[in-house]
Design a protein around this ligand. Structure first.
Ligand code: ATP
Ligand code: MG
Ligand code: MG
Length: 301
């Protein structure tokens, strides 16, 4: 098969591993930087050019679209979809997953457990917003935040009000969320492929920190998840229509709660923690599910 890996950087661990896994299984891997692609949109024969070449004959695409290029990256992926090329995650599902508010709304409709969450832009009654999500302590998050930056724990009502007002002053959209204290500064990353959790790891926050992000000094270790956690992670990926997803869970008194669902989960931490060949499993999924419609396009040339 000819497999395109949509990635901005061929040296990233995940990109390197996916290319290796393709080649080990006898496939051709082409790393495509979406930002460098230009597209011809027409009703007869849509096409994509990259480095002066027409990108044709692809059997599958593995999208690894960075959060900073969601719009253009997903447009290029959509163009491949218009050309009938199989993608492990569809552009619409990726776009959806990048919006935290939309994601949680979709999960809530499917009855997937999550921390009680409020969203606000310019609330006219901050005290009521805090009351609505069950009072303090609570976690306040910037919608655009990443790697734990913009995630604040407010222990008292006064602190919560000040932080919310400060974010409001910056015209930032915010999320106000029930603090799951019993999670003990840990979260669980479940790596979902198809309808299975194929690997999971626990990320524990550094001492004195509640955020488990590895970028904030957290550490990863192996964990056995419960059947309920497995079911929740799979249900979350399914609600988002993601075939490959990193589902982050918090262990709470009322069971597993989904914090977020990532559509381009990194491979480095989870392969290191579990020793599993996750890149290989992704290629295996493609082997089973790509319908080879992309090659049909070649015949039109
Ligand atoms: N409601 C909560 N209760 C307890 N801990 C939380 C809660 N929300 C977040 N945390 C902790 O803070 C960390 C960072 O939060 P979150 O994952 O929401 O933001 P982020 O990592 O900055 O966003 P992204 O994952 O999109 O980059 C989580 O990994 C978790 O350890
Ligand atoms: Mg996170
Ligand atoms: Mg994330």
């Amino acid at each position: 098969m000819k497999i395109g890996i949509l990635s901005q950087n061929k040296d990233l661990y995940s990109t390197r591993r996916l290319r290796e896994a393709c080649e080990q299984r006898g496939h051709q891997a082409v790393i495509i930087n979406a930002l460098r692609c230009y597209m011809n949109i027409n009703s007869v024969q849509p096409s994509i050019h990259f480095e002066g070449n027409d990108l044709t004959g692809f059997d599958a695409i593995i999208p690894r679209i960075g959060a900073d290029i969601t719009f253009y990256g997903c447009s290029v992926l959509r163009q491949f979809e218009m050309m009938d090329v199989f993608s492990i995650n569809q552009s619409i599902a990726i776009t959806r997953s990048r919006d935290k508010l939309r994601s949680l709304q979709l999960l809530s409709r499917k009855g997937v457990g999550m921390p009680i969450t409020g969203f606000a832009s310019k609330p006219d009654d901050v005290a009521d917003l805090i009351k609505m999500v069950g009072g303090t302590p609570l976690v306040i998050k910037l919608l655009e935040g990443t790697q734990g930056i913009g995630v604040v724990l407010a222990e008292t009502k006064k602190a919560a009000e000040s932080v919310i007002e400060a974010f409001m002053g910056l015209k930032a959209n915010i999320m106000v969320q029930e603090y799951i204290e019993e999670a003990g500064g840990a979260d669980i990353r479940c790596f979902v492929i198809g309808d299975k959790v194929i690997a999971s790891m626990k990320r524990q926050a550094a001492d004195g920190e509640f955020r488990s992000n590895l970028h904030r000094g957290g550490s990863a270790s192996l964990i056995r998840i419960t059947p309920e956690e497995r079911k929740t992670a799979v249900a979350a990926a399914k609600a988002m229509n993601l075939k490959v997803a990193g589902v982050d869970l918090l262990r709470s008194k009322r069971g597993p709660l989904v914090m977020e669902v990532n559509s381009s989960p990194g491979l480095e931490g989870i392969e290191a923690a579990t020793g599993k060949d996750i890149a290989g499993m992704i290629i295996e999924y493609i082997e089973k599910h790509a319908t080879n419609k992309g090659s049909r396009h070649l015949q039109h040339q």
